[in-house]
Ligand binder design. Structure first.
Ligand code: HEC
Ligand code: HEC
Length: 320
């Protein structure tokens, strides 16, 4: 008995035991926002802008219109239904404003391209009903989605779901392990590289930085980003995902498919690690408690926050 307690203690120190890490559980890094006193957002103007590879021109006034999507690459996807490109006030913002017209999504929301239509509709219903709550109710992106989910009609959601489910998802994220990621500041729901040297990180974390912040801000659907994760995270995540670590979790591939490309559960491969992390955390905290997520409950019950970082890093590093 004493030996077992000792083993458990060692496991705990090594971060192998499950459950929440009370003291280390600062996950504010997962909700980047422009810090108070941070750089003021540039004033919107009518000056036409462009992005590489597109013949379109949009101004920042147009780019910030949540009800009329500025589509840089209209030829990169089939004709999109009204709900995707044109919203209507007050609450029905166009899906494509946040998730981009080709459903690629951005790290602060989610890619919708290639998700099953029934899954998309169920998630919107769960978000509207409160069965899937914003993990941090003060973070704009998720409260924005809640507003849309409550305002959009079932017909609009069905049209959008049918459209997004037919698209192929291409991952825009590179997952990079770094003990000391380069200097960044949170800005506009992602991190901006500052060019400054990094300070050592204390907690396991995922820092997602736009390769080219200006293009990212112009909602260029081909602008990539990098996810800095702790050293060793991908291998640790793989071990957990493929062996069902701790002897309590089930193998992720049982439900999410080989290489996590989708099965009974949605595809996880190549998706934003910070998005995946927020979802795992939300299943564990109960913020995401819809009936469809019941199979996830026992999976996350014994996962430590650091395990979730590792799993998200591994899944994000896979090819979709
Ligand atoms: C204001 C920005 C915004 C708009 C507009 C928006 N969404 Fe979202 N959406 C989000 C965010 C942020 C999330 C991530 C929620 C979370 O982290 O739980 C999300 C998540 C989702 C998900 C869950 C994806 C998954 O993998 O589980 C679906 C489905 C979805 N949105 C569908 C839609 C549809 C359909 C529309 C248009 C009717 C729409 N969204 C419009 C921001 C938005
Ligand atoms: C028993 C089946 C099962 C197992 C095992 C399982 N999942 Fe899931 N997972 C699901 C289902 C079903 C959903 C969709 C939940 C819903 O509809 O809300 C889901 C959803 C998710 C999501 C949210 C995806 C999104 O688009 O929002 C993540 C992240 C996730 N699982 C990660 C994992 C990881 C990591 C593992 C292994 C540690 C795992 N799952 C093991 C069934 C499973």
């Amino acid at each position: 008995m004493r030996r077992l307690r000792q083993l458990l203690m060692i496991a705990g120190v090594l971060g192998l035991a499950g459950g929440a890490l009370a003291a280390d559980d600062d996950i504010s890094w997962a909700f980047p926002r422009t810090a108070p006193g941070g750089p003021p957002g540039a004033r919107a103007t009518d000056v036409p802008l462009s992005v590489p590879g597109s013949t379109q021109h949009f101004s920042t006034v147009q780019l910030r219109n949540r009800f009329e999507v500025s589509d840089w690459f209209p030829a990169s996807h089939p004709a999109a239904p009204a709900a995707v490109l044109h919203g209507h006030p007050p609450g029905t913002m166009a899906c494509g404003f946040c998730h981009l017209p080709d459903g690629e999504g951005r790290p602060e929301n989610a890619p919708l391209a290639g998700l099953p239509a029934a899954y998309i509709q169920r998630q919107v219903r769960d978000i509207a009903s409160g069965a899937r709550l914003p993990l941090d109710p003060s973070w704009g992106p998720t409260t924005g989605m809640q507003q849309v989910a409550r305002a959009a009609t079932p017909a609009e959601v069905a049209q959008a779901a049918a459209y997004f489910s037919k698209l192929k998802y291409r991952s825009l994220v590179r997952v990079v392990e770094a003990a000391h990621p380069p200097g960044t500041v949170p800005d506009a729901s992602i991190y901006r590289l500052t060019g400054a040297a990094a300070s050592p990180e204390k907690t396991p974390r995922i820092i997602e930085a736009a390769d080219d912040f200006a293009r990212f801000e112009q909602r260029d659907a081909s602008a990539g980003y990098v996810a800095y994760v702790p050293v060793g995270a991908i291998a640790r995540g793989k071990l957990l995902a493929t062996t069902g670590g701790h002897g309590t979790t089930q193998r992720c591939s049982t439900c999410h498919g080989g290489n996590l490309q989708g099965g009974l559960g949605p595809p996880l491969a190549g998706r934003s690690p910070s998005y995946l992390f927020r979802q795992l955390y939300a299943f564990r905290s109960g913020a995401r408690h819809g009936a469809g997520g019941a199979p996830m409950k026992p999976v996350v019950a014994r996962l430590a926050t650091a395990d979730m970082v590792d799993l998200a890093a591994y899944a994000g590093s896979l090819k979709p």
